[in-house]
Design a protein around this ligand. Structure first.
Ligand SMILES: NC(=O)c1ccc[n+]([C@@H]2O[C@H](COP(=O)([O-])OP(=O)(O)OC[C@H]3O[C@@H](n4cnc5c(N)ncnc54)[C@H](O)[C@@H]3O)[C@@H](O)[C@H]2O)c1
Length: 445
């Protein structure tokens, strides 16, 4: 099948590459000419495990093409995916300017007798498929009402395991009532659901809401556990024990119960906010999600009171090593990453920061410039630092050389926002060690 993907970011590039991998010819369109130039030259623009190999193979076999020209890419395609940004607008609702802007362009390009399926893969509020359809019709100069369908097909991939998620999805959600579109999408997704995972067909509105409901539910689970962690600290319980205790209950499940310094990334924060705003517009106040946003905002800087107390509220002249900048491991995505909230707080209090991340250094440099130091290795970051702060649970931070850490740090002090280390081990090593929802170790040998 010939496919066009409009928007070649985290979702668009993975979508395009994975559809090419199953034999389709995919043209990815982006307005960012530099990005298109790089991709066309065989240079991948995001870090996503397993993606580069597929990207290079399909590009070599001419099944994966890149362009800035929507018109050229559009004419031959039967299916057009929109993988465009839907950032929060001023009131927190999803800003549809990118989607509707492209819909206007599509309205001018769709021709009678040349049927296309236009698919919203972006996360969009309920009613967007209708808006896209109306926008296309309005922009057309002739009657094309029978020449296209707009389908909602939200994407559930997780950055860091996006290729696996796309190739073997738990489910594919498709919102449409068009028989023509259903037939095409069944064919397109067949290779991805061979193991029996379902393609769930539903109406557009339910599909659109499913995506927000999924992300919001996971955000609730994270924030619930973060509040349990706060309570553990106050009551002298251990959140690891509580987590195991509740996670072994099938009704609750083990996943998304790890406490930490809050959720970040380009999806949960904006999607929870957008659902809250959609609810308000629908005349309903979604109180659970309003609380989740509040809890998460505090959680992102939950290490700060611990840091301030330890240093008697005097951080001026102190240096902090920071491990992890990406919002989660296995991605270079730094959007809404808690590390940045911590950095901002540390700088505000007069401290300096030396940071290391395995993949997110370039993206971080673009945002932070010279405001902090970027270290070559995790250990370079530690040199003469007063404490180590851990913000992202990259695997390579899990079993570090503690002797080296002790040698390099000025003080044996670690603030761990991801509960990476064992309490007994840290106690034996004599670290001052503070984590989330667990006993504080203040003894230093
Ligand atoms: N990132 C994720 O993990 C993830 C997962 C599921 C769903 N989503 C949703 O998918 C959508 C895209 O997210 P993303 O993370 O890929 O965004 P992104 O910012 O990484 O990529 C968007 C791309 O669209 C391009 N673009 C903007 N306007 C354009 C236009 N007019 N024509 C062509 N290209 C244009 C941008 O240059 C950029 O490359 C969002 O709605 C997001 O909520 C994201």
């Amino acid at each position: 099948m010939k496919i066009t993907v409009v928007g070649t970011g985290y979702v668009g590039l993975v979508t395009g590459t994975c559809f090419a991998e199953t034999g389709n010819t995919v043209t990815c369109v982006d307005i960012d000419a530099k990005k298109v130039e790089k991709l066309s030259a065989g240079q991948i623009t995001i870090y996503e495990p397993g993606l580069e190999k597929l990207f290079l193979r399909n590009q070599k076999e001419n099944r994966l093409l890149f362009t800035t020209n929507l018109e050229d890419a559009f004419h031959e395609a039967q299916v057009v995916f929109l993988a465009l940004p839907t950032p929060p607008g001023e009131d927190g609702s999803a800003d549809l300017k990118y989607i509707l802007g492209v819909a206007t362009q599509l309205g001018k390009l769709i021709q009678p007798g040349n049927y296309k399926v236009i698919i919203d893969k972006s996360t969009v509020p309920v009613g967007t498929a209708d808006k896209v359809r109306d926008t296309i019709l309005k922009a057309a100069s002739v009657d094309i009402s029978d020449d296209f369908d707009v389908v909602s097909n939200p994407e559930f991939l997780r950055e860091g395991v996006a290729v696996d998620d796309f190739m073997k999805p738990d489910r594919v959600v498709i919102g449409t009532s068009s028989e023509r579109a259903i037939k095409i999408l069944n064919e397109l997704y067949a290779p991805f659901v061979r193991q029996g995972n379902p393609i769930l067909f539903m109406d557009e509105r339910s599909a659109e809401l499913t995506k927000y409901a999924a992300n919001s539910f996971l955000a609730v689970k994270i924030s619930f556990m973060n509040e349990i962690a706060r309570l553990c600290e106050l009551l002298g319980a251990d959140v690891d024990m509580v987590r195991r205790g509740i996670g072994s209950d099938d009704r609750i499940g083990k996943r998304f119960l790890f406490p930490g310094i809050g959720y970040g990334g380009s999806c949960f924060p904006k999607d929870v906010q957008a659902l809250v705003q959609s609810s308000i517009e629908a005349g309903y106040s979604f109180r659970i999600l309003e609380s989740v946003m509040e809890v998460n905002k505090e959680q992102k800087v939950i290490l700060m009171p611990k840091i301030l107390q330890h240093f008697n509220h005097e951080l001026k002249g102190k240096k902090f090593a920071l491990w992890g900048l990406s919002f989660k491991p296995n991605t270079d995505d730094i959007r809404e990453a808690p590390a940045f909230d911590i950095i901002q707080e540390l700088l505000y209090h007069g401290a300096s920061v030396s940071a290391f991340d395995p993949e997110a250094m370039n993206n971080s440099r673009q945002v932070l410039g010279n405001a902090i130091e970027f270290a070559e290795t995790p250990y370079h970051a530690l040199k003469d630092a007063d404490a180590l702060v851990i913000a992202t649970e990259w695997n390579e931070f899990r079993t570090p050389d503690f002797e080296k850490i002790q040698e390099l740090l000025k003080n044996k002090v670690i603030f761990d926002g991801r509960n990476l280390f064992d309490l007994t081990q840290m106690e034996n090593l004599g670290f001052h060690y503070e984590s989330i929802g667990r006993r504080k170790l203040s003894s230093t040998k």
